[in-house]
Ligand binder design. Structure first.
Ligand code: HAM
Length: 427
């Protein structure tokens, strides 16, 4: 017997019941980014591997152990994108979008990371990404945070998400801090967890992110990055906080928030929820002023975020915030053998006269009862019946399916039937 083939672990099919939710969420995301004046970019899913190792950092988890990397048929090392920022910067440089000009961009699509799958963590997942180039002030940092907050407001989930905020300072300030932190970690080396020991000399700031309780205790007395900040970094952060406060955005300062990718400086933030268990970060981002130059461009300030769409949709379904939506409004039913040809024609005519309605023509014959059962299963709002007398008189019978068995049924000339359908769909 042939062995059935299953999907790759951590890569999910989205079935019709899922896509209905996704489409609702995507529509809100698209409308919101457009309402802030952002434009869409679409990048390839595959990029040259060194783009990611340069942008994200050689000693990050993503590059060290999570990328899907392979040699293509010409021997070139390619990787499925683990995130969108690197590709977005590459595309902007390649097409000269950010030289001496501002850009406010967004993208939506799949990303790939070979992580251990669990609820809210997958190997293929989707992000909405927002990236802004050419603006260096705290006002634009505030804008993208406000954009994300607008999303939560529109979805009605603001009460379930907390904003965590931190500043990583400039790269010079971070270097100075790094040295102090390494000295401190070395003094407590024996008591650190294994990951943190390894990171002490490769990526010490990531130790701050450790979930190990003992390391957590040690970190309570670790030097603080905030104490290494110069006046300019401090002013940037204060101004950002000022704008957020004046817009009524609550936040928590989290000095241990460093993010998992190396390109950040100054502002970093995450929106977290406790409604999803361990994978509670729904959205994260920050400023990355060094990346454009790192990838060969003229130094250009940049800031952005990535929103995990699976986590957003899990949260929306957990909190019951998505409306159930049927796929069909009008079901066209044939009540006699001659109706088939006319049904197809009638359905086309109805679709052109009711362009916003979703109209399904019954195919496959069967009893009247069977056809109505199908219409009910699809939760159609109305049925249009084409029988012998309708064919003869050029009329249509319209039945309001939401009125139950007692629902009135009316036989009308075509134009009046269309007007009635319009009223039924609007109700
Ligand atoms: P990130 O924090 O790696 O940032 O990912 C952003 C979001 O993607 C996370 O907060 C999470 O919601 C979602 N996510 C990440 N990994 C997974 C996974 N394995 N399964 C499900 N969801 C996941 C970035 O990717 C940056 N490019 C964000 C950014 C844009 N920073 C500046 N601009």
């Amino acid at each position: 017997m042939a062995v059935s083939i299953q999907a790759v672990r951590g890569m999910n099919d989205l079935l019709p019941s899922d896509t209905a939710c996704w489409q609702q969420a995507e529509q809100v995301l698209r409308e919101t980014v457009a309402s802030f004046g952002y434009s869409e970019v679409r990048m390839p899913l595959l990029e040259k591997t060194n783009l990611f190792s340069r942008a994200i950092g050689e000693v990050t988890d993503v590059v060290e152990k999570e990328m899907y990397t392979f040699e293509d048929r010409s021997g070139e090392s390619l990787s499925l994108r683990p995130e969108g920022t690197a590709g977005c910067v590459r595309a902007c440089l390649e097409h000269n979008l950010i030289y001496n000009q501002e850009q406010r961009l967004w993208y939506m699509g799949p990303m790939f990371r070979h992580e251990r799958p669990q609820k809210g963590r997958y190997r293929q997942f989707h992000q909405l990404g927002v990236e802004v180039f050419g603006l260096n002030g705290p006002d634009i940092d505030a804008e993208i945070i406000l954009l994300s907050k607008t999303l939560w407001d529109k979805f009605g989930i603001s009460d379930n998400l907390k904003l965590q905020l931190n500043t990583l300072g400039s790269s010079e300030e971070r270097m100075a801090y790094r040295q102090k932190l390494v000295e401190y970690l070395e003094a407590h080396f024996a008591d650190l967890d294994e990951d943190s020991k390894r990171r002490t000399h490769t990526n010490p700031l990531r130790v701050l992110d450790s979930k190990d309780p003992k390391t957590g205790e040690i970190l309570l007395n670790a030097p603080k990055l905030a104490d290494c900040l110069g006046a300019e970094s401090r002013a940037h952060f204060d101004k950002l906080r000022d704008i957020l406060e004046s817009c009524g955005v609550n936040y928590e300062l989290n000095s241990r928030l460093v993010r998992g990718l190396d390109y950040y400086n100054l502002t970093v933030f995450e929106w977290v929820t406790d409604a999803l268990g361990a994978q509670g970060t729904v959205c994260g981002g920050g400023r990355y002023d060094g990346l454009v130059a790192e990838l060969g461009g003229t130094p250009t300030p940049a800031v952005g975020f990535g929103l995990g769409m699976e986590r957003l949709i899990l949260l929306l379904t957990t909190l019951d915030k998505l409306k159930e939506r049927n796929a069909v409004d009008i079901y066209v039913v044939g009540a006699c053998a001659d109706a088939q040809k006319e049904q197809a024609k009638l359905s086309l005519r109805l679709r052109s006269d009711l362009p916003h309605a979703r109209i399904m023509n019954h195919c496959g014959g069967g009893s009247f009862k069977k056809q109505f059962r199908r219409a009910d299963k699809l939760q159609a709002k109305a049925a249009v019946i084409l029988g012998e007398s309708e064919l003869k008189d050029g009329t249509l019978t319209v039945k309001d399916l939401r009125a139950g068995d007692s629902g009135a049924q009316q036989t009308l000339p075509y134009a009046e039937a269309v007007a009635l359908l319009q009223r039924l769909l609007a109700a």
